[in-house]
Design a protein around this ligand. Structure first.
Ligand code: GLA
Length: 380
């Protein structure tokens, strides 16, 4: 049974009556454009079919109560509470909406998720964006869809305490089935780029390395700080403002490793633009080398890969993938490989064998098709 069906069932069991509605938001993979969002750059994620569902109703008690199928726990909080743990993603959204001036109705919620946790597929953005959609609808609030990613990001930055960019919440909210989401993280301009790998005889294989996430939050913050420091040294508002042509001169003014961090961000922005151009031209096979170049840059210049990610990419490429790269923040999580559809089994077996030989955990692979963003489910 899918999360969309489990959430209302859990709601009914826990609260003794059916919910007023069910909302859901997806996890995401990022096709290309990594560690560019917080540099005002470009990203190209798409929504996964895996979703987090929230069943909810208003209630009279001046509090919010949330049940998680994952932990079996129920957490109650008021507007004055500062809570931690999984429920902080829910409380953070209540806080961010209230801080933006919205009157949020007290509510009861039950959450179920098919987005793997801790795999770098944005399970946190999925819960934030599903809860945001639920509370906005329950309260009859007109929260413009275009404003929702920044509200959910604010919940994560200021309430949960993770200094993420705006990519994941944008993907969870704004994605469209059959399309990748080309987002300019400075202007927040969005373009839905048709991306239907199956129609081209291709598969985007997502390989969860199941490598334990190491140092994620601290290292992420350190990368972000290095980028901001380098931009300040160069007299730029953000690294987005550095053109590839001006890179050699700029790099001479920076110490290592900041110069390599900058080189990654600037070349990665260009790779996103090149990928978008190829997809617009109907040449999806040709994006393969850009994906692989992105991985090499994340490995050598940005230094956010771990052995599992590098081994998975190498094994996929050796087995014939057109391109492969880590996706998400790094330090564990998933790899994606662009492959000819018939070679899915071959590539999966190659990665599995490479992992077994090195004593790594058994990876989990699945094909990813671009799905829709957050919304209410129309049940019955
Ligand atoms: C995490 C963050 C995103 C983005 C990626 C790296 O997923 O939540 O904002 O910075 O890492 O591209």
């Amino acid at each position: 049974m899918k999360a969309e069906a489990r959430a209302p069932q859990a709601y009914t069991t826990v609260y003794g009556e059916p919910p007023a509605g069910v909302w859901a938001a997806p996890g995401r993979v990022n096709l290309i454009g990594e560690h560019t969002d917080y540099n005002d750059g470009f990203v190209l994620p798409f929504a996964l079919p895996h979703r987090t569902a929230v069943a909810a109703s208003r209630h009279d008690d001046p509090s919010w109560i949330v049940y998680s199928e994952q932990t079996g726990e129920t957490v109650r909080f008021t507007a004055d509470d500062r809570i931690t743990g999984w429920a902080s993603y829910v409380a953070g959204v209540v806080w961010a909406l209230r801080a933006a001036g919205y009157e949020i109705p007290p509510a009861r919620l039950a959450v179920a998720s098919d987005v793997p946790l801790g795999a770098g597929l944005s399970s946190s953005a999925a819960i934030e964006c599903a809860v945001l959609a639920a509370l906005a609808d329950l309260g009859g609030l007109s929260v413009p869809v275009a404003d929702r990613p920044a509200l959910a990001q604010r919940a994560e930055n200021e309430y949960v305490g993770m200094p993420c960019g705006i990519m994941d919440q944008s993907a969870a909210t704004l994605s469209r089935a059959g399309h990748a989401l080309f987002l300019d993280c400075r202007t927040l301009a969005v373009e839905h780029i048709p991306f239907d790998p199956a129609a081209a005889g291709l598969t985007v294989l997502v390989i969860d390395t199941r490598a334990p996430h190491r140092l994620v939050s601290g290292e992420y913050a350190a990368r972000r700080a290095a980028c901001e420091r380098a931009a300040a040294t160069l007299g730029l508002a953000a690294l987005r403002d550095l053109a590839v042509a001006d890179l050699p001169a700029a790099l001479r003014r920076l110490p290592d490793p900041d110069r390599r961090r900058v080189r990654h961000v600037v070349t990665e922005n260009q790779r996103v633009l090149d990928t978008v151009r190829l997809l617009r031209d109907g040449r999806p096979r040709e994006i393969g080398p850009l994906l692989t170049a992105s991985h090499e840059s994340l490995r050598d210049d940005f230094e956010v890969t771990v052995p599992e990610l590098d081994v998975a990419v190498e094994a996929a490429l050796r087995a014939g993938a057109l391109g492969a790269r880590m996706t998400g923040g790094g330090f564990g999580g998933c790899v994606l490989a662009l492959i000819e559809a018939p070679s899915a089994g071959l590539v999966t077996d190659a990665v599995t064998a490479a992992f077994a030989a090195l004593g790594f955990a058994k990876p989990v692979a699945f094909p990813a098709t671009p799905g829709p963003g957050a919304g209410r489910l129309h049940t019955g």
